[in-house]
Design a protein around this ligand. Sequence first.
Ligand code: ADP
Ligand code: TRP
Length: 322
Amino acid sequence: MARILTGIQSTGRPHLGNLLGAMLPGLALAQSTTHEAFFFIADLHTLTTIKDVASRQEYTYATAAAWLSLGLDPNQVVFYRQSRVPEVCELVWYLSCFAPYPMLANAHAFKDKSQRLSTVNAGLFTYPVLMAADILLYNTEVVPVGQDQLQHLEITRDIANSFNHQCGDTFTLPEAKLSPTTPTVPGVDGQKMSKSYKNTIDVFLPEKALKKAVMSIKTDSTPLGQPKDPDRCTVFRLYSMLAPEAQIVTMRRRYQAGNYGYGHAKQELLAVILDRFAEARQRFKAYITDLPAVDAQLALGEAKARKIAVCTLEKVRSRLGY
Ligand code: ADP
Ligand code: TRP
């Protein structure tokens, strides 16, 4: 069975943008595919930016709990933490010796930061090699990624080709599968929702805190009585990404008719979030207060992943004469 694999960095608690833009489409793919799916939390990649242990662990667990709460079935998907398969680090060294320096120096993620080289660590420089190791360790055939990751896939293929050429056929050459473009979810300030802009809505927050986030969505100052333009309002844009079609039509009419305040719209948005994620919120609460249960779910995938990793490394070592 062909194998698909994708990694998710744990750089923060997942927000509505991550859920609608990446996690739910990823789950749909895993459920629909005839492939064997590997989803992992790239918590070693996260170390390039997050040094605080407690934060990194919190984000890793929150990311895992979010996946599980949204319906990831660890018996169907091989679900694991990258750091729990340490073989990947040994493979990074071997692959590094087949990765031309200029190729890594030209990688966007590194180049973007190279104006301020003093702030760049070597981990950020070798980031694409760790990603190549993630992929090649499991003989991955298909890697679903966003546009921004295509260059990393090219680097992976180049490294695999170079190794195969010099040491004999060892690695499967992976193909990138461009994830379908999902609409950009706006944050509470109307810009793209992103951890870096501190404008996120975390649907797993307790109700009171979630309500506070929804109520903080910026709106214009059109008076209550006047008609409002739904398409220019962040509340309506978010609502239309979550509510059933008939409710979206009703809200659109209310905006256009006037006498409908943004406060009402926010209440309805909150209600739809609470409804849509009711089950997931409950499960998240259970997982996040019982981390050994999250560990147990991850352990299933970690055992499966590790078995494959050990075999691949045996082959690689033998090719290299170690
Ligand atoms: P952030 O910008 O919060 O740091 P990441 O870069 O970690 O988010 O994104 C992880 C995944 O979530 C990416 O695949 C990206 O496509 C998706 N994503 C993040 N923010 C949004 C958004 N506002 N709308 C749609 N998808 C998003
Ligand atoms: N670099 C990817 C990102 O930031 C995450 C990632 C790490 C990954 N290893 C991977 C994605 C292997 C696909 C395959 O989104």
